[in-house]
Design a protein around this ligand. Structure first.
Ligand code: PEP
Length: 242
C-alpha cells in the first residue's frame, strides 16, 4: 500500500479548511492500493471528516494521548478521535519530539492505544543534521524503530522524515532516501513489522516527489508545506498513483 498524507500542522482557518475539502471532493480520484489522508488540527477534524464525506480521503490527527480517559487536561484520547470518525493518527512527529518532548517510551503506549481504538498509527522517525553529521543516524533510527519490539505487530505506517529536511526546502537526495529506506525496511523486518509502508517526508513537492516515489521501499509521502495547497496535495496523490 502507498499512502500520501497532508500534515497541516498548526495552519489554516475554517474558510481554508472548507476550500481544501471542497477541492478534494471535486478533484480526488481514488485508486486501489493508494490511500490519501489529511492530518488536521484537532478542532477541525470533525469538520474535515464531514466535508470530505464519501470522497475517500482519510482523516488523521497529528497527535493524541495514550490514556483512555480521565484527568488529563488539554489532552485528546484515541477513543475520542475514533468517536468523531478519525481514521488514524500521526505519532512522534519531529516537532512533537523536539519542541514538546515526545519520548520513545510514550510512543510505545500511544501506538498500542491507537491500535486498540482502531486508528492507524503513523510513526514518524528521523535524524537531526547533527546526528547525521556525527555518524549517529543509523543508531538514532534503530532506537526510534525499536519501539515496535514493545508494541508487537499490528497496523502501522512509518514515516521517515530527516529533521533537517522538514520545512527547510532541503529535500533529501534520492541516494539518501534510497539508503535510509533500505535500512528502515530491514529494521522493520527485525522488529516484526515486515512490509510496513514507509513514507518519505521532508520538503516534498510535486517537483521532487515523482522521483522519490520510485525509490525502493518508498511507499508514499508525509507532506507539510506543499500539502497546504489542495492542488499540490492532489498532484502528489496522483504521482503516488502513477
Ligand atoms: C511534515 O510536516 O512532516 C513535513 C515533512 O513538512 P514539510 O513537507 O513542510 O517539510
Amino acid at each position: 500500500m502507498r499512502i500520501v498524507i497532508a500534515n497541516w500542522k498548526m495552519n489554516l482557518l475554517s474558510k481554508d479548511v472548507e476550500a481544501f475539502c471542497a477541492a478534494c471532493v471535486a478533484g480526488y480520484k481514488g485508486k486501489a492500493g493508494v490511500e490519501a489522508g489529511i492530518a488536521a488540527p484537532f478542532i477541525y477534524l470533525k469538520d474535515v471528516k464531514t466535508k470530505l464525506g464519501t470522497c475517500g480521503v482519510k482523516v488523521f490527527a497529528q497527535n493524541a494521548y495514550f490514556e483512555a480517559k480521565g484527568a488529563f487536561t488539554g489532552e485528546i484520547s484515541m477513543a475520542q478521535l475514533k468517536d468523531i470518525g478519525c481514521d488514524g493518527v500521526l505519532l512522534g512527529h519531529s516537532e512533537r519530539r523536539h519542541i514538546f518532548g515526545e519520548t520513545n517510551t510514550n510512543l510505545v503506549k500511544k501506538i498500542k492505544a491507537a491500535r486498540e481504538a482502531g486508528l492507524l498509527p503513523v510513526l514518524c522517525i528521523g535524524e537531526t543534521l547533527e546526528e547525521r553529521d556525527g555518524g549517529k543516524m543509523f543508531d538514532v533510527l534503530r532506537e526510534q524503530l525499536a519501539v515496535l519490539k514493545e508494541t508487537g505487530p499490528g497496523p502501522l505506517v512509518v514515516a521517515y522524515e530527516p529533521v533537517w529536511a522538514i520545512g527547510t526546502g532541503r529535500v533529501a537526495t534520492v541516494d539518501q532516501v534510497r539508503e535510509v529506506h533500505a535500512f528502515v525496511a530491514e529494521e522493520l523486518v527485525k522488529n516484526g513489522a515486515a512490509g510496513t509502508p514507509i513514507q518519505y517526508g521532508g520538503s516534498v513537492t510535486p517537483e521532487n516527489f515523482a522521483e522519490i516515489i520510485q525509490v525502493p521501499h518508498v511507499a508514499g509521502g508525509l507532506v507539510g508545506g506543499a500539502a497546504l495547497v489542495p492542488e499540490k496535495f492532489l498532484k502528489l496523490v496522483e504521482q503516488a498513483q502513477a
